[in-house]
Every structure is written in structure tokens, then in C-alpha cells.
Design a binder for this molecule. Structure first.
Ligand code: GLA
Length: 392
């Protein structure tokens, strides 16, 4: 069996409640869940007014909590010792780093005038860390949902996504776009979340054909977006747009990029070519999906990967290898398309394939990848799943 099994959401919730009881002697009264995401196509263009096509995966961060009568938030995890946060103080970034996602979300509620009640909480997760599957957005959205439960209030979904994005910007120091938080907040079972990042409008696109499977292959090469390479790419695109002299990438054509090629200089010209071509590819992919023309996704995903590899330079040899193995298995072997997914510099690939051949494809990806790198990848199948919600 090459496909990794998943812990059901209900079991995660039970684990979180048990650990809350064992660590804080509290019974959970509020339990929140939020998923990671995988992106089918539309990479590194959410901060360029582009379109992106992710979905929420059935891997969740779950937080079980209960109010206490203190002015503190005490938060336990399976991977570090508990942290205690003074809720009377406006939260600022600090140590340990993982708690900045929590601090940032609390700050978002504080800035909206909420007084957070004292609480005990325990976090469990089935979203792999550093795998390009948005474990941080899942943590932010789960925390925001938990606070909605503790405060007995409901934010508009878009507002919740934006609050979580701001936590990532200000507390984790990653100037991300809106894809991850919107996918985690708006996700629905059997639906892709097509986001027009210019208007900030998500549209739910059906994706429920049982003959199609999405495989996620975690190369186990870690990605760290806060090291500056993500911010640098974003800056490249801002510089490119300024040189081209347009207000939005949506108004830039490939002819504009070509005529500005020499003024843009390398690598800005290649970054620009990626942005404009990836926006076109994502629009084509969304149209193909709406028309049930899944086969059209193959060439689009291949071109997306090549562009991210050569023009945007966010891939790495392990991601290239995983995609290459999928391409070698080919259409006859059941593979429709493959590409890197997420921020890059390591992390995961996404492979769209025929369900009947998914197990054999996963086995081949795992064997060939391990033979070439010595690293055992984690490969799992995922279907579009429910976004952030309160379990109770
Ligand atoms: C990270 C960011 C997203 C997006 C992707 C690349 O996941 O958080 O906003 O930019 O990288 O598509």
C-alpha cells in the first residue's frame, strides 16, 4: 500500500479533547477545524491579481478548547511545550514562532474590538508541516474559528480569510496572497475554490467525478517561505509591473511583456512571462473543468510546472523529479497531469490521475523517487473537503 492513510476528522477531534483533558483538566466546549489546501493550478499569481484553483484537503488542524476564568490563553500542542498568552495585552510577534499564528489571529480579533475570554486549548493536526500544503493557513483559520466559537460570534468568511492573511503578513513575516486562507475558509466537499484575486471573489467549481483522483506527493524536502525567497519573488513581480507601466497584471498581455523584455532585464522579464502565462493557463483550466474536459488539464499543468521551474525559479530538483516520474508514467499509465503545488522551494507535487490507477501510480512515484533520492516520500489521495468549521 503506497497511499498514506488519513486520520478521520472525528478521530482528530477526539484526540484533541483527550489531550485537553490530560493536559489542562478541562472538558472541551468548543472544537474548531480548518483544512490545508492543494492548488491544482494558478501558482504565485494570487498576489498578482490572478486566478487560482485550489481546494481544501481532508487534512485538518483541530483545536479543542474551553473557557477558563483567568485572563490567559493556555495552548498545548503535540510538538512543543504549552504557551501561555496574556489576553489583556495586544498581541505582538514573539517566541516560540509557531505561536505567532495564534497571536496574530488573536490580534485580529482584538483589533476588531473583541475581548477574548480566558481559555485552555489543545491543537492537533494531520496537515504535514513544511509540505507546501498550508499548515499555517489551517492553523490560522482553525484559531479564528475557535475564537468565533468562544466569543459566540461569526465573521463573514471573507473577513475571516483576510484576518488570517494579515496574521501571516504581520506575525509570520510572509507577504502571502489570499489563496491559502480563502481555500481553508471557503472550501467545500466536492468543490474547487476558484478565486479571482483581483476582486477577491471565490467561486465554487464542482469536482466530484469519482473516476478522477488527486495525488499529493510530499517530497519531504522542506520549504521555508519566511526566509525571504517568497518575498523576493513577490517584489520581482511588483517591479515588473511598475516597469511595464500598468496598474494590474490583469491588464498586461504577453505582447506587453515581449515589448518590455529588454527594459525588464533578467530575471524580471521571466517572472513577468510566468505571471501572464499562468493567469492564461488558470483561466483555460477553469473553463476546461466547467466543460468536463479534464484531459485539457494535462498540458496546462505541465506548462505551469515548466514556467515555475525555469521562469519563476521556485521549483527544486526533487519537485522536478517527482513531476518527471509522473510524466514518464504518462497518460497510458493513468496520469492526466502533474506539477509542483504551493509556494515551492520543496514541498509537494499534485498529480491528477485516473482513480482506478491511482494506487499503482502512487507506488511507482514512491519507488522511483526513493531510488533516486534516498528519501521516502509521503503520498496520499485527497478530495475537496469542507473548509473551516466548528465541530461543536
Ligand atoms: C504560498 C502563499 C500563497 C501563494 C502560494 C504560491 O502558499 O501563501 O499566497 O502565493 O505560495 O501560489
Amino acid at each position: 500500500m503506497s497511499l498514506q492513510l488519513n486520520t478521520p476528522l472525528a478521530d482528530l477531534a477526539t484526540d484533541a479533547a483527550t489531550l485537553l483533558r490530560e493536559n489542562f483538566e478541562s472538558e472541551a466546549t468548543v472544537t474548531a477545524a480548518a483544512p490545508g489546501r492543494v492548488n491544482l493550478i494558478g501558482e504565485h499569481i494570487d498576489y498578482c491579481d490572478g486566478f487560482v484553483l485550489p481546494f481544501a484537503i481532508d487534512r485538518y488542524v483541530v483545536i479543542a478548547a474551553s473557557s477558563n476564568d483567568s485572563r490567559e490563553g493556555r495552548i498545548g500542542t503535540t510538538f512543543d511545550k504549552p504557551v501561555t498568552l496574556d489576553l489583556d495585552k495586544k498581541k505582538e510577534p514573539g517566541q516560540p514562532k509557531w505561536a505567532n499564528y495564534i497571536r496574530g489571529v488573536i490580534r485580529g480579533f482584538q483589533d476588531r474590538g473583541h475581548q477574548i475570554p480566558g481559555f485552555d486549548a489543545f491543537i492537533v493536526s494531520s496537515v504535514p508541516l513544511g509540505a507546501g500544503l498550508s499548515s499555517s493557513a489551517a492553523l490560522e483559520c482553525a484559531m479564528a474559528t475557535l475564537l468565533e466559537g468562544l466569543l459566540d460570534t461569526v465573521l463573514e468568511t471573507r473577513e475571516k480569510g483576510l484576518l488570517c492573511q494579515k496574521a501571516e503578513h504581520d506575525f509570520a513575516n510572509v507577504p502571502c496572497g489570499i489563496m491559502d486562507q480563502f481555500a481553508s475558509a471557503f472550501g467545500q466537499a466536492n468543490r474547487l475554490v476558484l478565486i479571482d484575486c483581483k476582486t477577491g471573489e471565490p467561486e465554487l467549481v464542482p469536482f466530484e467525478d469519482p473516476d478522477l483522483t488527486v495525488l499529493v506527493s510530499n517530497t519531504k524536502v522542506n520549504h521555508e517561505l519566511s526566509d525571504g525567497s517568497y518575498a523576493e519573488r513577490r517584489k520581482n513581480t511588483e517591479d515588473g509591473l511598475a516597469i511595464i507601466g500598468k496598474k494590474s497584471w490583469r491588464d498586461v498581455s504577453m505582447a506587453d511583456v515581449e515589448s518590455a523584455w529588454d527594459d525588464l532585464d533578467d530575471p524580471i522579464n521571466r517572472r513577468a512571462r510566468h505571471v501572464v502565462s499562468e493567469i492564461e493557463r488558470t483561466i483555460s483550466a477553469a473553463k476546461a473543468l466547467e466543460a468536463n474536459e479534464f484531459e485539457a488539464l494535462g498540458p496546462l499543468m505541465a506548462a505551469s510546472h515548466a514556467s515555475l521551474r525555469h521562469d519563476f525559479e521556485v521549483s527544486c530538483k526533487e519537485l522536478d523529479l517527482m513531476v518527471e516520474i509522473a510524466h514518464k508514467i504518462g497518460r497510458d499509465g493513468g496520469v492526466i497531469g502533474a506539477r509542483m503545488t504551493g509556494g515551492g522551494f520543496g514541498g509537494s507535487t499534485v498529480t491528477l490521475c485516473e482513480s482506478g490507477k491511482a494506487e499503482a501510480i502512487a507506488a511507482k512515484l514512491a519507488t522511483d523517487y526513493e531510488a533516486a533520492t534516498g528519501i521516502k516520500p509521503d503520498i496520499f489521495a485527497s478530495r475537496p473537503s469542507k473548509g473551516s468549521h466548528l465541530i461543536k
